[in-house]
Design a protein around this ligand. Structure first.
Ligand code: FEO
Ligand code: CA
Ligand code: CA
Ligand code: CA
Length: 620
Protein backbone atom coordinates (compact mmCIF):
# COMPACT_ATOMS: atom_id res chain seq x y z
CA UNK A 1 0.00 0.00 0.00
CA UNK A 2 1.16 3.50 -0.73
CA UNK A 3 2.01 5.65 2.26
CA UNK A 4 0.03 8.88 2.39
CA UNK A 5 2.28 11.92 2.58
CA UNK A 6 -0.39 14.30 3.84
CA UNK A 7 -2.75 14.01 6.77
CA UNK A 8 -6.47 13.88 6.06
CA UNK A 9 -7.19 15.43 9.48
CA UNK A 10 -8.84 18.85 9.42
CA UNK A 11 -9.21 21.12 12.43
CA UNK A 12 -12.82 21.07 13.55
CA UNK A 13 -12.88 23.97 16.02
CA UNK A 14 -12.93 27.71 15.63
CA UNK A 15 -9.89 29.63 16.79
CA UNK A 16 -10.61 31.13 20.21
CA UNK A 17 -9.81 34.68 21.25
CA UNK A 18 -7.01 35.40 23.70
CA UNK A 19 -7.82 35.71 27.39
CA UNK A 20 -6.23 37.07 30.53
CA UNK A 21 -8.09 35.52 33.44
CA UNK A 22 -7.42 33.12 36.34
CA UNK A 23 -8.92 30.23 34.39
CA UNK A 24 -8.25 28.21 31.26
CA UNK A 25 -10.09 28.81 27.98
CA UNK A 26 -11.12 26.09 25.49
CA UNK A 27 -13.25 26.08 22.33
CA UNK A 28 -17.01 25.73 22.51
CA UNK A 29 -18.01 22.15 23.21
CA UNK A 30 -14.83 21.36 25.11
CA UNK A 31 -14.21 20.84 28.82
CA UNK A 32 -11.06 21.16 30.94
CA UNK A 33 -10.43 19.41 34.24
CA UNK A 34 -7.68 20.02 36.79
CA UNK A 35 -5.82 16.76 37.49
CA UNK A 36 -2.95 15.82 39.80
CA UNK A 37 -1.85 19.25 41.02
CA UNK A 38 1.37 19.84 42.94
CA UNK A 39 1.27 18.21 46.36
CA UNK A 40 -1.52 15.71 45.70
CA UNK A 41 -0.43 12.47 47.42
CA UNK A 42 0.01 9.51 45.08
CA UNK A 43 1.52 7.07 47.58
CA UNK A 44 0.54 6.14 51.12
CA UNK A 45 3.59 7.78 52.71
CA UNK A 46 2.28 11.28 52.12
CA UNK A 47 -0.49 13.20 53.86
CA UNK A 48 -3.05 15.43 52.18
CA UNK A 49 -1.83 18.69 50.66
CA UNK A 50 -2.21 21.57 53.11
CA UNK A 51 -3.06 25.05 52.07
CA UNK A 52 -0.65 26.63 54.54
CA UNK A 53 2.41 25.06 52.92
CA UNK A 54 3.22 22.95 55.99
CA UNK A 55 3.56 19.57 54.25
CA UNK A 56 7.00 18.18 55.04
CA UNK A 57 9.71 16.60 52.88
CA UNK A 58 8.30 13.08 53.34
CA UNK A 59 4.87 14.23 52.20
CA UNK A 60 6.48 15.78 49.13
CA UNK A 61 8.40 12.59 48.30
CA UNK A 62 5.06 10.76 48.13
CA UNK A 63 3.14 13.39 46.20
CA UNK A 64 3.06 15.12 42.83
CA UNK A 65 6.08 17.41 42.46
CA UNK A 66 6.01 21.09 41.56
CA UNK A 67 5.99 22.96 38.26
CA UNK A 68 4.69 20.25 35.95
CA UNK A 69 6.20 20.23 32.47
CA UNK A 70 6.67 17.48 29.84
CA UNK A 71 4.44 14.43 30.16
CA UNK A 72 3.33 11.27 28.39
CA UNK A 73 0.36 8.91 28.65
CA UNK A 74 1.12 5.18 28.65
CA UNK A 75 -2.10 3.18 28.18
CA UNK A 76 -3.05 0.21 30.35
CA UNK A 77 -6.10 -0.80 28.33
CA UNK A 78 -7.31 -0.57 24.75
CA UNK A 79 -9.90 2.16 25.08
CA UNK A 80 -7.57 4.71 26.63
CA UNK A 81 -9.53 5.04 29.88
CA UNK A 82 -6.79 3.62 32.11
CA UNK A 83 -3.12 4.45 31.97
CA UNK A 84 0.02 5.82 33.49
CA UNK A 85 1.02 9.44 33.23
CA UNK A 86 4.70 10.29 33.51
CA UNK A 87 5.05 13.95 34.46
CA UNK A 88 8.14 16.14 34.71
CA UNK A 89 8.53 18.55 37.63
CA UNK A 90 10.92 21.16 36.36
CA UNK A 91 11.67 23.50 39.24
CA UNK A 92 10.13 25.09 42.32
CA UNK A 93 8.61 28.28 43.61
CA UNK A 94 9.89 28.49 47.18
CA UNK A 95 7.22 31.04 48.09
CA UNK A 96 4.45 28.60 47.27
CA UNK A 97 6.30 25.50 48.51
CA UNK A 98 6.86 26.64 52.10
CA UNK A 99 4.60 28.40 54.62
CA UNK A 100 6.54 31.65 54.34
CA UNK A 101 8.95 31.14 51.49
CA UNK A 102 12.60 30.16 51.65
CA UNK A 103 14.43 30.29 55.00
CA UNK A 104 17.60 31.64 53.42
CA UNK A 105 19.34 34.50 55.21
CA UNK A 106 20.89 37.64 53.74
CA UNK A 107 23.94 35.61 52.67
CA UNK A 108 21.83 32.99 50.97
CA UNK A 109 22.45 30.46 53.76
CA UNK A 110 19.64 28.00 54.43
CA UNK A 111 18.81 26.68 57.89
CA UNK A 112 16.04 24.08 57.50
CA UNK A 113 17.12 20.63 56.36
CA UNK A 114 13.48 19.63 55.92
CA UNK A 115 12.83 22.60 53.63
CA UNK A 116 15.79 21.68 51.45
CA UNK A 117 14.76 18.03 51.32
CA UNK A 118 11.25 19.10 50.39
CA UNK A 119 12.65 21.18 47.53
CA UNK A 120 14.77 18.30 46.24
CA UNK A 121 11.73 16.02 46.47
CA UNK A 122 9.53 18.50 44.58
CA UNK A 123 11.83 18.06 41.53
CA UNK A 124 12.01 15.11 39.15
CA UNK A 125 9.33 12.88 37.69
CA UNK A 126 6.00 11.47 38.88
CA UNK A 127 4.54 8.24 37.55
CA UNK A 128 0.87 8.09 38.40
CA UNK A 129 -1.96 5.79 37.38
CA UNK A 130 -5.13 7.53 36.22
CA UNK A 131 -8.54 6.24 35.20
CA UNK A 132 -11.48 7.82 33.41
CA UNK A 133 -14.60 7.23 35.51
CA UNK A 134 -17.92 8.83 34.49
CA UNK A 135 -16.16 11.31 32.22
CA UNK A 136 -13.77 12.42 34.90
CA UNK A 137 -10.10 11.48 35.27
CA UNK A 138 -9.09 10.30 38.71
CA UNK A 139 -5.70 9.51 40.21
CA UNK A 140 -5.57 5.89 41.40
CA UNK A 141 -4.29 6.55 44.89
CA UNK A 142 -1.42 4.33 46.01
CA UNK A 143 -1.39 2.21 42.84
CA UNK A 144 1.62 -0.18 42.87
CA UNK A 145 2.94 1.55 39.73
CA UNK A 146 2.77 5.04 41.26
CA UNK A 147 6.19 6.38 42.12
CA UNK A 148 8.43 9.42 42.27
CA UNK A 149 11.90 9.96 40.90
CA UNK A 150 13.32 12.99 42.69
CA UNK A 151 16.47 15.08 42.81
CA UNK A 152 17.86 12.42 45.16
CA UNK A 153 16.84 9.10 43.54
CA UNK A 154 19.67 6.72 42.63
CA UNK A 155 19.96 6.24 38.85
CA UNK A 156 22.22 4.19 36.61
CA UNK A 157 24.62 5.68 34.06
CA UNK A 158 24.93 4.05 30.64
CA UNK A 159 26.71 4.88 27.40
CA UNK A 160 30.18 6.38 26.87
CA UNK A 161 30.46 8.02 30.30
CA UNK A 162 29.43 4.97 32.32
CA UNK A 163 32.24 3.88 34.64
CA UNK A 164 34.53 6.63 33.36
CA UNK A 165 36.82 8.48 35.75
CA UNK A 166 34.63 11.56 35.26
CA UNK A 167 31.66 9.83 36.91
CA UNK A 168 33.49 8.43 39.93
CA UNK A 169 32.19 9.96 43.15
CA UNK A 170 32.22 9.05 46.83
CA UNK A 171 28.68 7.79 46.28
CA UNK A 172 29.57 5.73 43.19
CA UNK A 173 33.28 4.81 43.25
CA UNK A 174 32.95 2.85 40.00
CA UNK A 175 31.14 5.66 38.17
CA UNK A 176 28.06 3.58 37.44
CA UNK A 177 25.46 5.66 39.27
CA UNK A 178 24.32 9.21 39.86
CA UNK A 179 21.89 10.71 42.34
CA UNK A 180 18.75 12.41 41.19
CA UNK A 181 17.41 14.15 38.13
CA UNK A 182 16.97 17.94 38.15
CA UNK A 183 15.19 20.59 36.14
CA UNK A 184 13.23 18.11 34.07
CA UNK A 185 11.71 20.26 31.38
CA UNK A 186 10.77 18.72 28.04
CA UNK A 187 10.33 15.01 27.55
CA UNK A 188 10.17 12.27 25.01
CA UNK A 189 9.16 8.66 24.85
CA UNK A 190 10.50 5.67 22.96
CA UNK A 191 8.99 3.25 20.42
CA UNK A 192 9.33 0.49 23.05
CA UNK A 193 7.13 2.12 25.70
CA UNK A 194 9.48 4.00 28.00
CA UNK A 195 9.53 7.63 29.08
CA UNK A 196 12.38 10.06 28.48
CA UNK A 197 12.89 12.96 30.85
CA UNK A 198 15.31 15.72 29.94
CA UNK A 199 17.67 17.53 32.31
CA UNK A 200 17.62 21.21 31.34
CA UNK A 201 18.87 24.00 33.60
CA UNK A 202 20.85 21.76 35.98
CA UNK A 203 24.16 23.72 36.01
CA UNK A 204 22.77 26.28 38.47
CA UNK A 205 22.24 23.57 41.10
CA UNK A 206 26.01 22.96 41.47
CA UNK A 207 28.75 25.32 42.60
CA UNK A 208 32.53 25.30 42.22
CA UNK A 209 34.20 27.99 44.32
CA UNK A 210 37.69 26.85 43.36
CA UNK A 211 39.40 26.19 40.06
CA UNK A 212 36.84 25.37 37.41
CA UNK A 213 37.33 23.11 34.41
CA UNK A 214 36.91 24.26 30.81
CA UNK A 215 33.79 22.12 30.62
CA UNK A 216 32.31 23.74 33.75
CA UNK A 217 33.04 27.19 32.36
CA UNK A 218 31.42 26.30 29.06
CA UNK A 219 28.21 24.95 30.56
CA UNK A 220 27.96 27.55 33.31
CA UNK A 221 28.32 25.75 36.64
CA UNK A 222 27.70 28.29 39.41
CA UNK A 223 30.91 29.86 40.76
CA UNK A 224 29.91 32.67 43.09
CA UNK A 225 28.26 32.67 46.54
CA UNK A 226 25.49 30.03 46.44
CA UNK A 227 23.59 27.82 44.03
CA UNK A 228 20.13 28.62 42.70
CA UNK A 229 18.39 27.38 45.86
CA UNK A 230 21.35 27.09 48.21
CA UNK A 231 20.97 23.39 48.97
CA UNK A 232 24.69 23.00 49.61
CA UNK A 233 24.49 25.51 52.45
CA UNK A 234 22.86 23.02 54.85
CA UNK A 235 25.69 20.51 54.47
CA UNK A 236 27.19 21.30 57.86
CA UNK A 237 30.87 21.71 58.72
CA UNK A 238 33.61 20.42 56.38
CA UNK A 239 34.47 17.84 59.05
CA UNK A 240 30.95 16.54 59.41
CA UNK A 241 29.45 17.34 56.06
CA UNK A 242 26.10 15.80 55.22
CA UNK A 243 26.68 14.00 51.96
CA UNK A 244 23.14 14.46 50.61
CA UNK A 245 23.60 18.25 50.54
CA UNK A 246 27.39 18.65 50.34
CA UNK A 247 27.35 16.99 46.93
CA UNK A 248 25.96 20.15 45.32
CA UNK A 249 29.27 21.89 46.12
CA UNK A 250 31.65 20.43 43.53
CA UNK A 251 34.68 22.48 44.58
CA UNK A 252 37.75 20.18 44.58
CA UNK A 253 39.01 19.93 48.14
CA UNK A 254 41.05 16.74 48.39
CA UNK A 255 43.58 14.84 46.37
CA UNK A 256 41.16 12.77 44.37
CA UNK A 257 37.55 12.54 43.33
CA UNK A 258 37.02 10.20 46.26
CA UNK A 259 37.86 13.01 48.67
CA UNK A 260 35.31 15.50 47.40
CA UNK A 261 32.36 15.96 45.05
CA UNK A 262 34.19 17.35 42.03
CA UNK A 263 32.50 14.84 39.70
CA UNK A 264 29.00 15.07 41.15
CA UNK A 265 27.66 17.45 38.48
CA UNK A 266 29.06 15.17 35.77
CA UNK A 267 26.16 12.85 36.52
CA UNK A 268 23.72 15.50 35.29
CA UNK A 269 22.79 16.96 31.90
CA UNK A 270 21.42 13.85 30.23
CA UNK A 271 18.40 12.17 28.72
CA UNK A 272 17.01 9.85 31.39
CA UNK A 273 14.96 6.75 30.55
CA UNK A 274 12.18 5.49 32.84
CA UNK A 275 10.11 2.31 32.41
CA UNK A 276 6.65 3.34 33.61
CA UNK A 277 5.20 -0.15 33.37
CA UNK A 278 7.65 -1.73 35.85
CA UNK A 279 7.25 -0.82 39.51
CA UNK A 280 10.40 0.24 41.34
CA UNK A 281 12.47 0.14 38.14
CA UNK A 282 15.76 2.02 38.11
CA UNK A 283 16.01 5.04 35.81
CA UNK A 284 18.98 5.15 33.43
CA UNK A 285 20.89 8.21 32.22
CA UNK A 286 21.71 7.67 28.53
CA UNK A 287 24.95 9.60 28.11
CA UNK A 288 25.41 8.81 24.39
CA UNK A 289 22.74 11.43 23.60
CA UNK A 290 24.99 14.22 24.82
CA UNK A 291 25.33 16.37 27.90
CA UNK A 292 23.87 19.86 27.84
CA UNK A 293 20.66 21.64 28.83
CA UNK A 294 18.35 19.18 27.10
CA UNK A 295 14.93 20.60 26.37
CA UNK A 296 13.26 17.54 24.88
CA UNK A 297 14.01 14.28 23.09
CA UNK A 298 12.02 13.17 20.06
CA UNK A 299 12.60 10.20 17.81
CA UNK A 300 12.44 10.56 14.03
CA UNK A 301 10.22 8.64 11.66
CA UNK A 302 10.91 4.92 12.10
CA UNK A 303 11.99 2.70 9.21
CA UNK A 304 12.60 -1.01 9.61
CA UNK A 305 16.26 -1.84 9.12
CA UNK A 306 17.39 1.76 9.53
CA UNK A 307 18.91 3.47 12.61
CA UNK A 308 16.70 5.38 15.04
CA UNK A 309 17.30 9.13 15.29
CA UNK A 310 16.67 11.12 18.46
CA UNK A 311 16.55 14.93 18.32
CA UNK A 312 17.34 17.17 21.28
CA UNK A 313 17.84 20.93 21.51
CA UNK A 314 20.06 22.82 23.95
CA UNK A 315 17.83 25.57 25.32
CA UNK A 316 20.06 28.52 25.94
CA UNK A 317 20.82 31.58 23.85
CA UNK A 318 23.16 30.84 20.94
CA UNK A 319 23.21 27.12 21.71
CA UNK A 320 22.82 24.26 19.29
CA UNK A 321 20.53 21.56 17.89
CA UNK A 322 21.67 17.93 18.20
CA UNK A 323 20.69 14.51 16.95
CA UNK A 324 21.75 11.02 17.95
CA UNK A 325 21.74 8.22 15.37
CA UNK A 326 21.75 4.69 16.76
CA UNK A 327 24.18 2.03 15.64
CA UNK A 328 21.42 -0.57 16.05
CA UNK A 329 18.90 -0.85 13.20
CA UNK A 330 15.20 -0.63 13.99
CA UNK A 331 13.39 -3.94 14.41
CA UNK A 332 9.62 -3.32 14.76
CA UNK A 333 9.33 -6.42 16.97
CA UNK A 334 11.23 -4.46 19.63
CA UNK A 335 8.20 -2.22 20.14
CA UNK A 336 6.69 -5.09 22.13
CA UNK A 337 9.83 -6.15 23.98
CA UNK A 338 9.19 -7.44 27.49
CA UNK A 339 12.45 -5.99 28.83
CA UNK A 340 12.01 -2.38 27.80
CA UNK A 341 15.17 -1.02 29.37
CA UNK A 342 17.17 -3.57 27.35
CA UNK A 343 15.83 -1.79 24.25
CA UNK A 344 17.23 1.45 25.62
CA UNK A 345 20.56 -0.35 26.01
CA UNK A 346 20.29 -1.52 22.40
CA UNK A 347 19.26 1.72 20.69
CA UNK A 348 20.46 4.54 22.97
CA UNK A 349 23.89 3.54 24.27
CA UNK A 350 25.83 3.20 21.01
CA UNK A 351 25.61 5.54 18.04
CA UNK A 352 26.76 8.89 16.73
CA UNK A 353 25.95 12.31 18.15
CA UNK A 354 25.72 15.14 15.60
CA UNK A 355 25.21 18.89 15.83
CA UNK A 356 23.46 21.02 13.21
CA UNK A 357 24.97 23.60 10.88
CA UNK A 358 22.36 25.56 8.90
CA UNK A 359 23.57 27.14 5.64
CA UNK A 360 22.13 30.05 3.68
CA UNK A 361 20.72 28.08 0.78
CA UNK A 362 18.25 26.12 2.91
CA UNK A 363 20.53 23.14 3.19
CA UNK A 364 22.40 22.03 6.26
CA UNK A 365 24.99 19.62 7.56
CA UNK A 366 25.03 17.37 10.59
CA UNK A 367 28.53 17.53 12.05
CA UNK A 368 29.64 14.41 13.94
CA UNK A 369 30.88 14.83 17.51
CA UNK A 370 33.31 11.94 17.41
CA UNK A 371 37.07 11.66 17.79
CA UNK A 372 37.39 11.71 13.99
CA UNK A 373 34.90 14.57 13.57
CA UNK A 374 36.42 17.50 11.66
CA UNK A 375 36.87 20.80 13.42
CA UNK A 376 36.22 24.09 11.65
CA UNK A 377 39.87 25.08 11.80
CA UNK A 378 41.13 21.84 10.28
CA UNK A 379 42.10 18.81 12.31
CA UNK A 380 39.72 16.66 14.32
CA UNK A 381 38.17 16.55 17.77
CA UNK A 382 40.94 14.09 18.70
CA UNK A 383 43.23 17.12 18.77
CA UNK A 384 41.16 18.45 21.69
CA UNK A 385 39.73 15.43 23.51
CA UNK A 386 41.17 12.12 24.66
CA UNK A 387 38.02 10.02 24.32
CA UNK A 388 34.39 10.02 23.26
CA UNK A 389 33.51 10.24 26.96
CA UNK A 390 35.40 13.53 27.18
CA UNK A 391 33.60 14.84 24.11
CA UNK A 392 30.21 13.92 25.54
CA UNK A 393 31.03 15.48 28.91
CA UNK A 394 31.66 18.80 27.15
CA UNK A 395 29.23 18.37 24.27
CA UNK A 396 28.71 22.11 23.78
CA UNK A 397 32.46 22.76 23.76
CA UNK A 398 32.94 20.10 21.11
CA UNK A 399 30.11 21.61 19.08
CA UNK A 400 31.85 25.00 19.23
CA UNK A 401 34.95 23.43 17.67
CA UNK A 402 33.15 21.81 14.75
CA UNK A 403 31.32 25.01 13.82
CA UNK A 404 27.68 24.42 14.75
CA UNK A 405 25.10 27.17 14.12
CA UNK A 406 24.19 29.23 17.23
CA UNK A 407 20.41 29.22 17.53
CA UNK A 408 17.73 31.33 19.22
CA UNK A 409 17.17 28.87 22.11
CA UNK A 410 16.22 25.45 20.69
CA UNK A 411 13.29 24.13 22.71
CA UNK A 412 11.02 21.22 21.73
CA UNK A 413 11.19 19.17 18.57
CA UNK A 414 8.33 17.30 16.87
CA UNK A 415 8.22 14.96 13.90
CA UNK A 416 5.40 14.93 11.35
CA UNK A 417 4.14 11.32 11.22
CA UNK A 418 3.21 11.70 7.52
CA UNK A 419 6.13 13.57 5.99
CA UNK A 420 8.86 12.82 8.55
CA UNK A 421 9.70 16.54 8.61
CA UNK A 422 11.22 17.69 11.88
CA UNK A 423 9.94 20.90 13.52
CA UNK A 424 11.86 22.80 16.19
CA UNK A 425 10.75 25.74 18.32
CA UNK A 426 13.30 28.56 18.67
CA UNK A 427 11.63 30.32 21.52
CA UNK A 428 13.34 33.76 21.45
CA UNK A 429 16.68 35.48 21.81
CA UNK A 430 16.65 39.12 22.78
CA UNK A 431 20.44 39.10 22.98
CA UNK A 432 20.85 38.58 19.27
CA UNK A 433 22.11 42.00 18.27
CA UNK A 434 24.42 43.75 15.84
CA UNK A 435 27.45 42.45 17.69
CA UNK A 436 26.38 38.80 17.68
CA UNK A 437 24.90 39.04 14.19
CA UNK A 438 22.19 36.91 12.64
CA UNK A 439 22.46 33.73 10.60
CA UNK A 440 20.11 32.29 7.98
CA UNK A 441 18.28 30.05 10.45
CA UNK A 442 18.03 32.81 13.06
CA UNK A 443 17.50 35.86 10.89
CA UNK A 444 16.00 38.38 13.32
CA UNK A 445 17.85 40.79 15.59
CA UNK A 446 16.28 41.10 19.05
CA UNK A 447 14.20 38.00 18.33
CA UNK A 448 11.62 38.41 21.06
CA UNK A 449 8.83 36.56 19.25
CA UNK A 450 10.70 33.39 18.25
CA UNK A 451 10.06 31.11 15.28
CA UNK A 452 9.62 27.48 14.27
CA UNK A 453 12.15 25.97 11.89
CA UNK A 454 11.65 22.75 9.94
CA UNK A 455 13.90 20.32 8.13
CA UNK A 456 13.86 17.12 6.10
CA UNK A 457 16.70 14.66 6.45
CA UNK A 458 18.77 13.96 3.35
CA UNK A 459 19.85 10.69 1.80
CA UNK A 460 22.69 10.36 4.30
CA UNK A 461 22.79 11.13 8.01
CA UNK A 462 24.90 14.21 7.40
CA UNK A 463 22.70 16.39 5.20
CA UNK A 464 19.31 18.05 5.50
CA UNK A 465 17.20 20.76 3.88
CA UNK A 466 15.36 23.37 5.93
CA UNK A 467 12.99 26.33 5.95
CA UNK A 468 11.23 28.47 8.56
CA UNK A 469 7.63 27.33 9.05
CA UNK A 470 6.30 30.29 11.02
CA UNK A 471 7.57 33.44 12.72
CA UNK A 472 6.00 34.55 16.01
CA UNK A 473 4.62 38.09 16.07
CA UNK A 474 1.82 40.24 17.35
CA UNK A 475 -0.95 40.80 14.81
CA UNK A 476 -0.20 44.53 14.76
CA UNK A 477 3.46 43.98 13.98
CA UNK A 478 4.75 45.72 10.87
CA UNK A 479 5.65 43.80 7.74
CA UNK A 480 9.22 43.32 8.90
CA UNK A 481 7.99 41.80 12.18
CA UNK A 482 4.80 39.93 11.30
CA UNK A 483 6.53 37.87 8.63
CA UNK A 484 3.89 35.12 8.70
CA UNK A 485 0.89 37.46 8.54
CA UNK A 486 -0.57 36.39 11.90
CA UNK A 487 -3.89 37.81 13.05
CA UNK A 488 -5.74 38.30 16.31
CA UNK A 489 -6.77 34.65 16.36
CA UNK A 490 -3.32 33.13 16.04
CA UNK A 491 -0.78 35.73 17.10
CA UNK A 492 1.77 34.17 19.42
CA UNK A 493 5.26 34.63 20.79
CA UNK A 494 7.90 32.38 22.32
CA UNK A 495 6.90 28.97 20.94
CA UNK A 496 8.18 26.31 23.33
CA UNK A 497 6.24 23.03 23.72
CA UNK A 498 5.70 21.27 20.39
CA UNK A 499 4.14 17.93 19.54
CA UNK A 500 2.47 16.05 16.73
CA UNK A 501 -0.31 13.62 17.39
CA UNK A 502 -0.45 10.61 15.08
CA UNK A 503 -3.21 12.21 12.98
CA UNK A 504 -0.72 14.82 11.80
CA UNK A 505 -1.95 17.71 13.94
CA UNK A 506 0.88 19.80 15.34
CA UNK A 507 0.29 21.45 18.73
CA UNK A 508 2.29 24.60 19.54
CA UNK A 509 2.58 25.87 23.12
CA UNK A 510 3.98 29.19 24.30
CA UNK A 511 6.05 30.37 27.26
CA UNK A 512 6.09 33.98 28.37
CA UNK A 513 5.48 35.75 25.09
CA UNK A 514 6.64 39.24 24.28
CA UNK A 515 4.59 42.06 25.81
CA UNK A 516 2.91 42.85 22.48
CA UNK A 517 1.27 39.42 22.58
CA UNK A 518 1.14 39.00 26.36
CA UNK A 519 -0.92 42.18 26.65
CA UNK A 520 -3.52 40.47 24.51
CA UNK A 521 -3.44 36.92 25.83
CA UNK A 522 -1.92 34.57 28.38
CA UNK A 523 0.22 31.69 27.20
CA UNK A 524 -1.62 29.42 24.85
CA UNK A 525 -1.72 26.37 22.62
CA UNK A 526 -2.34 26.51 18.87
CA UNK A 527 -2.90 23.75 16.32
CA UNK A 528 -2.14 23.30 12.63
CA UNK A 529 -1.92 20.39 10.18
CA UNK A 530 1.32 21.23 8.36
CA UNK A 531 1.24 18.41 5.82
CA UNK A 532 -2.04 19.70 4.35
CA UNK A 533 -0.28 22.92 3.42
CA UNK A 534 1.32 21.69 0.22
CA UNK A 535 1.59 23.05 -3.31
CA UNK A 536 0.28 21.11 -6.25
CA UNK A 537 3.86 19.98 -6.82
CA UNK A 538 3.90 18.51 -3.30
CA UNK A 539 6.24 21.10 -1.80
CA UNK A 540 5.38 21.89 1.80
CA UNK A 541 4.27 25.46 2.49
CA UNK A 542 5.00 27.82 5.33
CA UNK A 543 2.41 29.87 7.25
CA UNK A 544 1.53 32.97 5.24
CA UNK A 545 -1.34 35.38 4.64
CA UNK A 546 -3.15 32.93 2.39
CA UNK A 547 -3.46 30.12 4.92
CA UNK A 548 -4.05 32.01 8.18
CA UNK A 549 -7.20 30.05 8.91
CA UNK A 550 -5.18 26.86 9.27
CA UNK A 551 -3.26 27.98 12.37
CA UNK A 552 -5.80 28.13 15.18
CA UNK A 553 -5.74 28.94 18.87
CA UNK A 554 -7.13 25.97 20.80
CA UNK A 555 -6.38 26.74 24.44
CA UNK A 556 -5.37 29.63 26.68
CA UNK A 557 -3.88 29.16 30.15
CA UNK A 558 -4.60 31.10 33.33
CA UNK A 559 -2.78 34.28 34.35
CA UNK A 560 0.93 33.95 35.00
CA UNK A 561 1.34 30.44 33.65
CA UNK A 562 3.22 28.73 30.89
CA UNK A 563 1.40 26.05 28.87
CA UNK A 564 3.75 23.12 28.36
CA UNK A 565 3.81 19.37 27.77
CA UNK A 566 1.42 17.50 25.52
CA UNK A 567 0.05 13.99 25.41
CA UNK A 568 -3.16 12.50 24.06
CA UNK A 569 -4.90 9.18 24.64
CA UNK A 570 -4.69 6.66 21.78
CA UNK A 571 -8.38 7.26 20.94
CA UNK A 572 -7.77 11.06 20.86
CA UNK A 573 -10.58 11.72 23.37
CA UNK A 574 -8.44 13.25 26.14
CA UNK A 575 -5.46 15.55 25.90
CA UNK A 576 -3.30 16.33 28.91
CA UNK A 577 -1.20 19.49 29.18
CA UNK A 578 0.73 21.06 32.05
CA UNK A 579 0.01 24.45 33.55
CA UNK A 580 3.32 25.58 35.01
CA UNK A 581 3.87 28.49 37.41
CA UNK A 582 0.28 29.83 37.39
CA UNK A 583 -0.22 33.07 39.32
CA UNK A 584 -3.55 32.49 41.10
CA UNK A 585 -4.87 29.14 40.05
CA UNK A 586 -6.53 26.64 40.10
CA UNK A 587 -8.73 27.53 43.06
CA UNK A 588 -11.14 30.41 43.13
CA UNK A 589 -12.35 29.76 46.70
CA UNK A 590 -9.18 30.62 48.51
CA UNK A 591 -10.12 33.96 49.98
CA UNK A 592 -9.61 32.73 53.53
CA UNK A 593 -6.29 30.98 53.09
CA UNK A 594 -2.83 32.04 54.15
CA UNK A 595 -1.29 34.70 51.95
CA UNK A 596 2.47 34.22 52.11
CA UNK A 597 4.80 36.82 50.70
CA UNK A 598 2.10 38.87 49.11
CA UNK A 599 0.53 36.07 47.08
CA UNK A 600 -3.22 36.30 47.03
CA UNK A 601 -3.39 32.54 47.24
CA UNK A 602 -1.07 29.55 47.04
CA UNK A 603 -0.93 28.64 43.35
CA UNK A 604 -0.53 25.02 42.25
CA UNK A 605 0.95 23.86 38.99
CA UNK A 606 -1.26 21.11 37.63
CA UNK A 607 -2.22 18.96 34.72
CA UNK A 608 -5.33 19.82 32.75
CA UNK A 609 -7.34 17.08 31.05
CA UNK A 610 -9.13 18.46 27.99
CA UNK A 611 -12.09 16.57 26.52
CA UNK A 612 -15.02 17.17 24.26
CA UNK A 613 -18.33 17.36 26.07
CA UNK A 614 -19.66 14.69 23.71
CA UNK A 615 -16.65 12.44 24.30
CA UNK A 616 -15.48 12.65 20.68
CA UNK A 617 -12.02 12.97 19.22
CA UNK A 618 -10.27 16.24 20.02
CA UNK A 619 -9.26 18.87 17.54
CA UNK A 620 -11.10 17.57 14.50
FE1 FEO B 1 12.36 24.68 30.70
FE2 FEO B 1 13.49 25.48 27.86
O1 FEO B 1 12.12 25.41 28.99
CA1 CA C 1 10.26 24.60 27.80
CA1 CA D 1 10.72 28.25 27.63
CA1 CA E 1 9.20 26.61 32.31
Amino acid sequence: PSVPTASSARLGFNSIPGSKIDAVSVPEGYTAQVLAPWGQPIMSGGSEWKRDGSNNATDQANAMGMHHDGLHFFPLNDDGSDGLLCVNHEYIDQNALHPNGSDKDADGIRSSVDQVRKEINAHGVAVVRIQLIANEWKVVDNDPLNRRYTGATTMNISGPLANSDKLKTPFSPDGSQARGTLNNCGNGYTPWGTYLTCEENWPGYFINKGTTTAEQDRIGIETSSTTRYGWETVAGSPEERVDEFARFDVTPTGNSAMDDYRNEANGHGYIVEVDPYTANSRAVKRTALGRFRHEGCTFGKLTEGKPITFYSGHDSRFEYMYKFVSDALWDPADADAKNRMAMGDKYMDAGTLYVAKFDADGVGTWLPLTMTGSTKNGGTLADHFTSLAEIILNTAGAADLVGATPMDRPEWCAVDPFTGSVYLTLTNNTRRNAATGTNPANPRLNNKFGHIIRWDEGETHTTFSWDIFVFGSDAAGDAATNLSGLNEFNQFASPDGLAFDKRGIMWIQTDNGADEVQNYTNDQMLAVVPSMLTDTDGKQQTIDDANQGELRRFFVGPNGCEVTGFTITPDYTTMFVSIQHPGNWPYSDNAAQETPNGMTLRPRASLVAIRKADGGALGV
